[in-house]
Ligand binder design. Structure first.
Ligand code: ZN
Length: 711
């Protein structure tokens, strides 16, 4: 009997691709088999940490007295919903002819954890190898299998994954129960979720505290150009309208002396390639994609079309070994709107100095998101895929383009006691800024260029000469309250969480920000599904419920400091520079402190909903919810009451986003004071690929279920 290798992919679609390349063709239930390989798949996590009740009977009931729950060692359990797939894998791993296991899950911290827990639970103890690839093209897969890594190299990543999940368990389970029991309201908190929500609510606080005001600025027309009145280095802000009118009448039809004309050549280097967060930001601003949508579409471009490299990266750089592949990556874009430029770059060469972009030390697990060598066939992409791909291709070509070079001219004039300044630019080499002309229209219009000045004009002006002033205008500028976060600006805020911290030492530690690039989209979606925030057009608006949660959550959990430091320590654990045990014991200490703070609080839960319905039983405010069938639910926010009414009026069918296909999943969840709630959740199932999504929907539904019956 010849021996075979077992390949474990993260999901079915990826498994099918791997099987194709490995020549495995025989499709079985839950796996695909060939002469040398057996390929199977997880569906995201198949194994998770056991619920509190697993550790002690006292934890079965939600109560303040049983907190904090700090089992010394957390245990893994096979997840109920996907048990069948786990059993298939476990059975295959017992086969005598399978001698090696190859981990081929997502090449990152979470993917490592998905595989290791399955392996652990299935009791495998033979050889383990790791497939680590940054693109899904046939050649990259073949290359990856030809150079399989020893799994021991990824031990640190596995430890970091375990530390991440344990930290989330200790903090999330305890704080959620503490808040819920203490305030008699369904309040869930988490290590990453709560500080993110706090960013959003504090912006709302700032807006409410904002007092509107306005000022005036003055601009004078000189025919050939116009200039603004300055005070030092900045445009003068005049507080009263009267004063502004006086200045206008003093300047108008007067003349001004040119005191200086300075021209300097300026260079603007191309931007760096995309990492996930930057791409999510741009896609939100330019294409109005949510962070989650960007990640989903990107995943398709990576897995199905194979035309971009690994998505969940936090690097904006490439390594030296990628440089020789640049021409073939450009050739792959030949039959697209960028073909004219890329063909030229292949033939005549592109930017020589790529030093900024090729930085070995700034690539850890994966390089920046760039096109692969797989030729792009635009007709195979849907509209969203094409739009997102265009951003990536555009950025890649820009990175390879020359600097934008221009002359910047500053003309300074004086009249009476006033100084006027005019800035203008004369383009000399558009360089990377030219590339956008090839992009689709929606991307093109996002580009804002400076005002250009005719080159000949400046030559006609001389220092010391006088120019007549024409029309002078005062412009009223209203100071607006700080804008709410969009997904784009929230992603920045999460990434640069250090900005909100005063201590400079901690600031340095917070470089990693809140959450990881791979999880930020999920956090935003979770806040929405928990009804802590809502989308209003492009903006994210906290609900009274969310604001109340932040008011009641311990300060320590809201500040980006703690979570940022934890995130940094997780990275250190994956690099073998911090210890799992020390980290977890610190987490337990902090959990104790968090629970103690909540227990001692004298506050009470009282969100203020404008025009909210009052609960007929306990007179608490009721919160409005819309379910997947478009029905409006009014939920009493007092947990011990939990009264709910369903309005008979349904929303229009179109308002419901996904078609509901029959797939009943029954889950049980324990809510509040030991009431057993049976949840029936209809989930959406289109194709097999979406199975993971369905599972996720059901899993999350534990927190947003609708009562069907009590037992
Ligand atoms: Zn009530």
């Amino acid at each position: 009997m010849s021996s075979k290798a077992f390949v474990l992919a993260e999901k079915p679609s990826v498994a099918r691709e791997l099987a194709k390349v490995l020549g495995a063709r025989s499709s079985q239930k839950g796996y695909i088999e060939g002469d040398s390989y057996v390929v199977s798949w997880a569906l995201g996590h198949l194994v998770e940490l056991a619920e509190p009740a697993h550790y002690a009977d006292a934890f079965r009931r939600w109560s303040l007295s049983s907190l904090p729950m700090l089992p010394s060692k957390l245990e893994q359990m096979v997840m109920e919903g996907t048990k069948e797939q786990f059993e298939i894998i476990a059975t295959l791993l017992k086969r005598k002819d399978i001698s090696t296991l190859i981990i081929a899950t997502d090449a990152g911290r979470e993917g490592e954890l998905v595989a290791r827990w399955i392996i652990k639970k299935a009791g495998w103890n033979k050889e383990i190898k790791r497939l680590w690839i940054s693109s899904q093209t046939k050649s990259a897969i073949e290359e990856g299998f030809a150079h399989l890594q020893d799994a021991s190299l990824y031990e640190g990543l596995y430890r970091a994954g375990e530390a991440r999940s344990a930290a989330d368990w200790y903090v999330g389970m305890n704080v959620t129960r503490a808040l819920t029991c203490r305030y008699d309201a369904k309040l869930s908190a988490g290590r990453v979720q709560t500080p993110t929500l706090a960013l959003i609510t504090s912006k709302e606080d700032e807006r409410e505290a904002f007092l509107g005001s306005s000022y005036w600025t003055i601009r004078a027309n000189f025919g050939l150009f116009s200039a603004s009145v300055y005070e030092g280095e900045e445009v003068m802000k005049i507080e009263s309208e009267e004063t502004s009118k006086e200045i206008v009448s003093l300047l108008e039809n007067n003349s001004a002396l040119i005191s200086s004309i300075e021209t300097n050549e300026r260079k603007e280097e191309p931007p760096l390639a995309y990492d996930l967060t930057e791409l999510q930001r741009d896609a939100n601003t330019i294409l109005s994609f949510s962070a989650k949508e960007t990640l989903d579409v990107l995943q398709k471009l990576y897995e199905v079309h194979k035309i971009v490299s690994y998505p969940r990266t936090d690097s904006r750089y490439i390594t030296k070994d990628i440089v020789p592949t640049i021409p073939s990556r450009l050739r792959a874009l030949s039959h697209t709107e960028f073909g004219q430029v890329t063909d030229m770059y292949v033939k005549d060469g592109y930017r020589e100095d790529l030093g900024r972009f090729v930085v070995e030390s700034k690539v850890t697990d994966h390089h920046a998101i760039i096109p692969t060598e797989q030729p792009v066939v635009l007709s195979r992409l849907n509209e969203k895929e094409k739009a997102l791909w265009s951003l990536i291709a555009l950025r890649f070509i820009q990175v390879l383009s020359k600097d934008y070079v221009y002359d910047s001219t500053l003309i300074t004039l004086s009249c009476d006691s006033f100084t006027l300044k005019s800035r203008s630019v004369v383009k000399k080499q558009n360089g990377w800024r030219d590339i956008i002309a090839f992009a689709p229209d929606d991307i093109k219009k996002s580009e804002v260029l400076d005002d250009a000045l005719d080159d000949g004009l400046i030559g006609s002006l001389t220092e010391g000469s006088k120019l007549p002033i024409g029309k002078v205008r005062a412009k009223k500028v209203n100071i607006t309250p700080p804008l709410r976060y969009t997904e784009a600006t929230l992603l920045s805020a999460m990434e640069h969480a250090g900005r909100f911290v005063e201590d400079s030492e901690i600031k340095k530690d917070l470089k990693g920000g809140i959450g990881t690039p791979a999880t930020r989209a999920e956090i935003i979606e979770k806040l929405i599904s928990n009804h802590y925030i809502e989308r209003e057009g492009r903006y994210l608006v906290p609900t009274p419920y969310g604001r109340e949660l932040v008011r009641l959550a311990p300060d320590m959990l809201q500040s980006p400091e703690l979570t940022g430091i934890w995130e940094k320590r997780l990275t250190a654990i994956s690099e073998g520079e911090d210890s799992y045990d020390v980290f977890i014991s610190d987490i337990k200490e902090k959990t104790k402190e968090l629970v103690r703070t909540i227990k001692l609080s004298n506050e009470s839960f009282s969100p203020s909903f404008e025009g909210a319905k009052k609960c007929p039983h306990c007179k608490s405010d009721m919160m409005k919810n819309i379910d997947e069938l478009g029905r409006v639910h009014n939920l009493c926010l007092s947990l011990s009451c939990s009264y709910e009414e369903v309005e008979t009026k349904k929303l229009k069918k179109e308002a419901i986003t996904a078609p509901v296909v029959k797939m009943k999943t029954v889950a049980t969840a324990t809510s509040g004071q030991t009431k057993k709630v049976i949840v029936k959740k209809k989930a959406v199932k289109h194709r097999e690929e979406d199975y993971e999504t369905v599972i996720e929907v059901v899993r999350q539904s534990k927190l947003q279920f609708r009562k069907e019956s009590f037992k």
